[in-house]
Write a protein that binds this ligand. Structure first.
Ligand code: ZN
Length: 69
């Protein structure tokens, strides 16, 4: 079974984003690019939005500041 949420990296700007796996594309909140789901660099999947947000913050922490605003 496929998880509902996808934690992925934007192929254009490298920002982390959470996509809903029911949709075929996702607009990056950072660079506003519309990214087809099959071009997202998937990091992890999550079953709910809380888990997805946790994965994003862990991924940001691992990256160590490159992605902070
Ligand atoms: Zn982007």
């Amino acid at each position: 079974m496929i998880d509902r949420y996808i934690v992925a990296e934007c192929p254009r700007c490298g920002a982390f984003l959470v996509a809903d796996s029911r949709y075929k594309s996702k607009t990056c909140p950072k660079c506003n690019a519309r990214i087809p789901a099959n071009e997202l660099k998937v990091i992890r999947t999550a079953k709910d939005s809380r888990e997805a947000r946790m994965i994003v913050s862990e991924a940001k922490a691992r990256r160590g500041g490159l992605d902070q605003r």
